[in-house]
Design a protein around this ligand. Structure first.
Ligand SMILES: [Zn+2]
Ligand SMILES: [Zn+2]
Length: 397
């Protein structure tokens, strides 16, 4: 294990990979949180743990007596996330990068008692996941784990397909969320994003310039939009995770190219997956294909291991010259989920603490699958079915 031969002077180890750590999360320092929980070995580890690490800040703010002057999360957002109540945003001052704005969010959905829930379902805080050794060792799944992952991934695919079928101009992303929520529960599953680090909805819906983690709200989809729906399901103790980007009505030529190119980036990445290939190769393949079309690769979010944990090792960057360590082995399960931008790769987070947008306001598309490495290649656990709706023109032969 990393760190047992060389204990660093400061005695701190990376929260993400357990290597000796010299960086501190600036937000944790502002909030005067314990140094051990906010140490990182590199910018890369810091960025890749951000989506789970930031719950530490939120937790600190929620338990602090005055949450008024506590950084970028506005009071209203804190209230909404904490209480699960519906909320209409008073738009805070923010240098919005494109034309999209937040709309009202409906109140938190109920999950019936008979559904088996992950440990964040009640209080918003994942407990097993951030402390697991699986954050820095890549698990090889047992046949029983694999069998359950196949089942859960099949359900998640059907849930995403149900969402895809209702997409058209005039439909709100909140209505998409309701379909995802109800279809997941009807299948006996729990929608993994619901209350994960206080995320208020059952899926992510990312419209136009949103790179990922958009919150379903009352905005009606407009003719010409693109919308990514990211679905994750927890069933029989394991998670599945997939997403697709859809066209709303008639979409301009550049956006069609962007979505098609992103689809191809994922296909090309999957085609190299087999035992012995380095994780860092995946980003090379994606980056090469995206830049051929003049597009860029978002860098702040990565593919991830998945199974009994929603997010774990390996961390799989989608960009070139990344420093991901390790070699692919049979029995591993992980996602690949490239986010490809029409303009620059840089991103910015909205004051809601979730919605990540392009800094130039240009569009971003994404596709994601959960994969199982086999002895000779890969099985796409969330692959399309005979019944999947025919929504991508390039799949018609
Ligand atoms: Zn996903
Ligand atoms: Zn994912």
């Amino acid at each position: 294990m990393a760190g047992d031969s060389d204990v660093p002077e400061n005695n701190l180890f990376c929260v993400n990979c357990a290597k000796p750590a010299n960086l501190q999360c600036p937000k944790c320092m502002n909030l005067k949180l314990p140094r051990a929980g906010s140490a990182f070995c590199s910018q890369e580890c810091f960025k890749s743990s951000w989506s789970s690490h930031k719950s530490v800040h939120l937790k600190a703010k929620l338990s602090s007596p005055d949450t008024q002057n506590s950084g970028s999360l506005s009071e209203g957002w804190l209230y909404c996330l904490k209480s699960g109540q519906a909320w209409t945003p008073k738009l805070p001052y923010f240098d919005w990068t494109g034309s999209l704005r937040p709309s009202p969010i409906s109140k938190k959905q109920i999950v019936p008692d008979h559904i088996d829930k992950p440990d964040w379902a009640d209080d918003g805080i994942p407990k097993i996941e951030p402390n697991s050794v699986l954050q820095y060792t890549v698990e090889v799944k047992t046949p029983y784990q694999i069998e359950r992952m196949r089942e859960t991934c099949h359900i998640a695919r059907e849930v995403l397909d149900a969402a895809a079928r209702i997409i058209q101009p005039g439909v709100t992303t909140d209505e998409i969320d309701r379909v995802v929520h109800e279809t997941t529960i009807a299948a006996g599953g729990y929608p993994s994003p619901l209350n994960y680090n206080f995320f208020p909805k059952s899926c992510c819906t990312s419209v136009n310039e949103v790179i990922c983690h958009g919150i379903p709200d009352a905005r009606k989809l407009e003719d010409g939009d693109i919308v990514n729906v990211d679905v994750s399901v927890y069933y029989k103790g394991v998670h599945a995770d997939l997403n697709e980007t859809y066209f709303v009505g008639n979409v301009d030529e550049e956006s069609c190219q962007l979505v098609k190119c992103t689809y191809e980036c994922l296909e090309k990445a999957i085609s190299i997956v087999k035992p012995g290939v380095r994780f860092r190769e995946i980003g090379e393949v994606i980056s090469r294909h995206a830049s051929m079309s003049g597009f860029s690769v978002a860098r702040s979010y990565c593919g991830h291991g998945i199974g009994e944990l929603f997010h774990c090792a390996p961390n799989i960057p989608h960009y070139a010259r990344n420093k991901a360590v390790g070699v692919i082995k049979a029995g591993q399960t992980f996602t690949i989920e490239p986010m490809i931008n029409a303009g620059v790769w840089r991103d910015r987070m909205w004051p809601d603490g979730w919605t990540d947008v392009t800094t130039d306001g240009k569009r971003s598309a994404q596709f994601e699958h959960t994969l199982l490495v086999t002895d000779t290649g890969v099985e796409v656990l969330t692959g399309r079915l005979q019944t999947s709706p025919n929504v991508f023109p390039w799949l018609n032969s």
